[in-house]
Write a protein that binds this ligand. Structure first.
Ligand code: HEM
Ligand code: HEM
Length: 208
């Protein structure tokens, strides 16, 4: 139930997936909004601080997620997923896991390299120290560019990733999406492949 089995995602993976997913989508939106010119400066400052706080939260969760992902097995894909799709999905997931860590680090680097030297608060509770980076306009511009570039890359990958999940659900009618929505969804694979998947799954349930 908590852990992944051979064919299902457990509760820990599912909760981490959707919490981090929502945080990243929210941070992308907030990031693009707060960068708009013409916003009231006091509101803009507050939005930057919220962005940094939620960004640090995303970083903490992404690190936990990456450790969990390294120590935990990845359920094998449903029988309906072709070998090429498996490779593409695996690559996308690997890159998203890495981006979940690198993305907030580049944001942290922007705040650290800024000549304005504004402290980063974690939800007004603690001050997060700056990274040991040179504080200059060139350095700030570089990290700002890297952070924005990775934001667009993340957005593009998430769009492809979410579209693939919806395609599987509505066009293929398989359990790719449902097994990431609730733990313990039984595979619906038909034929011998489905039967063997079910057998392996029952064995996994007995073991956990
Ligand atoms: C917005 C809508 C989203 C939908 C509908 C969605 C859907 C899914 C589904 C169905 C899976 C399981 C795929 C499989 O069985 O192999 C999955 C896995 C995954 N998703 Fe998402 N996802 C979304 C957003 C995100 C976001 C924003 C991120 C991170 C930036 C993300 C990162 C991942 C990763 C890393 C996995 C692999 C999980 C693992 O193997 O442990 N997803 N997603
Ligand atoms: C997954 C986490 C994060 C995401 C998805 C994200 C996303 C974004 C986006 C989309 C922008 C606007 C880019 C642009 O159009 O120029 C932005 C800007 C910014 N982010 Fe993040 N961010 C994250 C984490 C962080 C963290 C942890 C910090 C700092 C501690 C941070 C600090 C900043 C700053 C200072 C800017 C404004 C840069 C400028 O003035 O041009 N971000 N972020």
């Amino acid at each position: 139930m908590l852990r992944n089995s051979e064919t299902r995602f457990g509760l820990v993976t599912i909760v981490l997936h959707w919490t981090i997913g929502l945080l990243i989508l929210g941070l992308l939106l907030l990031g693009f909004i707060m960068r708009r010119t013409g916003i009231d400066p006091a509101l803009q400052f507050a939005l930057y601080q919220w962005h940094k706080s939620f960004g640090f939260a995303a970083l903490g969760l992404a690190l936990i997620r990456a450790i969990w992902w390294l120590v935990e097995r990845t359920p094998s894909p449903p029988a309906s997923v072709s070998p090429l799709e498996r490779k593409a999905a695996r690559l996308t997931h690997d890159v998203l896991i890495v981006l979940g860590i690198v993305m907030p680090f580049t944001g942290w680097a922007v705040a650290s390299a800024s000549t304005l030297n504004i402290p980063s608060f974690f939800f007004n509770m603690i001050v997060i120290p700056h990274l040991p980076l040179a504080r200059s306009e060139t350095s700030e511009n570089f990290w700002t560019f890297a952070h924005a570039l990775l934001a667009y890359v993340t957005l593009a990958l998430v769009a492809i990733h979410a579209a693939a999940a919806l395609f599987h659900h509505f066009k293929r009618g398989d359990e790719v999406l449902t097994r990431m929505l609730r733990p313990g969804v039984r595979p619906v694979g038909a034929g011998s492949g489905g039967t063997s998947v079910r057998k392996r799954d029952d064995a996994a349930v007995g073991r956990k």
